[in-house]
Design a binder for this molecule. Structure first.
Ligand code: PEP
Length: 250
């Protein structure tokens, strides 16, 4: 990670209740002792829990949406716009999560439109990319990832508020983590892509998170890699072991 500030994101997906938000804030999140100059924590509850998350989770922890609209405010039933998130005091959004790409059918271009408008309203984006098992076995891992990044590059010039999360689809929620070597190999290639296609500055400064079955048992080893700058955590971010994952980065 060199001089980059590490980041640990908790993606709560469509889990939790208001009671969970309050209890997990008080019992786990607010008790985590870590150096805020070295590590940032970003927690993403479902949107109707954002206000309670803001209220109960300590100020040193950022609160994120799990999605935001590809459009401005308007006639887009069910969407929450980047402008509305910013107005609500939410500084972060997760875009292009594999569940949205693969279950909800979001294309590379559609995800990129969301990143563009989130950036225009000053939101920080965790942009998720990653290949399926079939794509990995076909040898297409890097192509899939760089196609996803190229779509964003076509719409976004300023990468200073973008954090990339490399999340191999086959490792998400499956208990199958990429090995430390597999993860580092892809992260290194993503950084090379940044250097060639965005700027040397973007390559040096952009955080590249790993996601896919990260837990208290594998975080220590994964974080040793020079191009892994933290984690996006699903399942384990709903459990007390989330603290150990943050500690692994501290
Ligand atoms: C995720 O959804 O971003 C994720 C990595 O999930 P899990 O940690 O449960 O594999």
């Amino acid at each position: 990670s060199v001089a980059r500030k590490l980041l640990v994101g908790g993606n709560w997906k469509s889990h939790g209740s208001l009671k969970f938000v309050k209890n997990f804030a008080n019992d786990t999140l607010n008790k985590i002792v870590y150096d805020t100059s070295k590590v940032e924590i970003v927690i993403a509850p479902v949107s109707i829990h954002l206000k309670d998350a803001q209220e109960h989770i300590a100020n040193n922890i950022h609160i994120s949406a799990q999605n935001s609209s590809a459009f401005e405010d308007g006639a887009y039933t069910g969407e929450i716009s980047a402008s509305q998130l910013a107005n609500f005091g939410i500084g972060w959004t997760i875009l292009g999560h594999s569940e949205r790409r693969h279950i909800l059918g979001e294309s590379n271009t559609f995800v990129a439109s969301k990143v563009k408008i989130a950036d225009e309203y000053g939101l920080n984006t965790i942009a998720c990319i990653g290949e399926t098992l079939d794509q990995r076995e076909a040898g297409d891992t890097i192509k899939v990832c760089t196609d996803q990044l190229d779509a964003i590059r076509a719409q976004v010039d300023d990468w200073s508020r973008i954090v990339i999360a490399y999340e191999p689809v086959w490792a998400i929620g499956t208990g199958k983590t990429a090995t430390s070597e597999q993860a580092q190999e892809v992260h290194e290639q993503i950084r090379a892509w940044l250097n060639e296609n965005i700027s040397e500055e973007a390559a040096n400064n952009t955080r590249i998170l790993y996601g896919g079955s990260v837990n208290a048992g594998n975080a220590d080893e994964l974080i040793q890699n020079p191009d892994i700058d933290g984690f996006l955590v699903g399942g384990a971010s709903l459990k007390p072991e989330f603290e150990s994952i943050v500690k692994a980065c501290n």
